[in-house]
Design a protein around this ligand. Sequence first.
Ligand code: ADP
Length: 387
Amino acid sequence: MKYILTLNAGSSSLKYSVYRTQAGAGLELRAVGQVDRIGSENATLILKREGERDSRELGEADHARAVEAILEICEPHMQGAPVAGIGHRIVHGGTLFDKPAVLNSDILSALHRLVPLAPLHQPHNLSAVRAAMSSFPDAVQVGCFDTAFHRSQPWVDDTFALPREYYDKGIRRYGFHGLSYDYITGELDRIDPDDHHRKTVVAHLGNGASMCAVKGGKSVASTMGFTALDGLPMGTRCGQLDPGVLLYMIAQEGMGHNQIRDLLYTKCGLLGLSGISNDMRELEASTRREAKEAIDYYVFRIRRELGGLTAAIGGLETLVFCGGIGENSATIRGKVCEGMEWLGIEIDPGLNAAGAGIISTGRVTVRVIKTDEELVIARAVDAALAA
Ligand code: ADP
């Protein structure tokens, strides 16, 4: 019996899951939790296990202290068995990784060189790796990359129409949310092994949101590009934007890099449009015109992208909704599917309201699947331990 830990590090939070693995029994989720307010003087640790919730005040904590605290709170539940492997969600694998990798110092240096491509996420991911390596020196450390699933995209979807030298410098459309898409395509194969899932669009609608066209299990096109800003509007991110807007902001509004970055990442999307909230539940509950308009724009962009992604794979057989909004909001699913009979999409309102596994009645199978990025990471660690 061994334990596997998965870590998903953000700037001020560290989410974790603990799995037990034993020969023949597969992976069993034993606990989940989160350290919040990392970098402040009042970080907190939460552990949820077998219906119980335990929390601790950590005081001042960086990622290294957070990892230590996770070990301290989990160890008593591990019956003396070791943490054999740790899986890390790493946002950017650049062009280097199309699958998970066992991490060593050379790979860490290569991943460090990708920091300029994901300055808001990659440094925190790598801090967690370094902390885990020092707290668990004997454990196998595996990196799982949000970009890896999209490495199969053809050149036309990998590039921008910039002069070629920029492509060679790495200014490409990497795509993100790959762990979620990996899980969903695996689930489609498991649920319906006889279907070859030739033409599938997956809508991962969470606080971050993107869509991916998948053909025969491989990513062909996605709405996120060079960074996780592109494509759909999100909780606080703008989604697709004419680059001329940025030129205008620089020239006419006198805005600098940091102001523009903060605007695009933290003040736009549902929050910016509504002026009320980035949380879809609040917008759905609101009677204000701005909330309705924010939802209208959100749905409109999903429907536009659905058309484009369908064209990229030459048709549509399966549409999957996942992520916090995709899994839970019958309203958004209903609005996305409304009037889409021309594409073969028809859904049953009752099945939709119930969040059934299949909500469609038309030619296109419309599914609601709860995504599980942590399990994809744990499986990668399990495979590395077995190798
Ligand atoms: P993250 O990208 O941070 O993992 P999630 O996948 O948890 O985010 O999605 C968060 C979003 O899901 C929020 O906008 C939240 O309002 C929305 N959401 C969760 N439950 C519901 C619900 N029942 N109805 C509508 N939206 C929901």
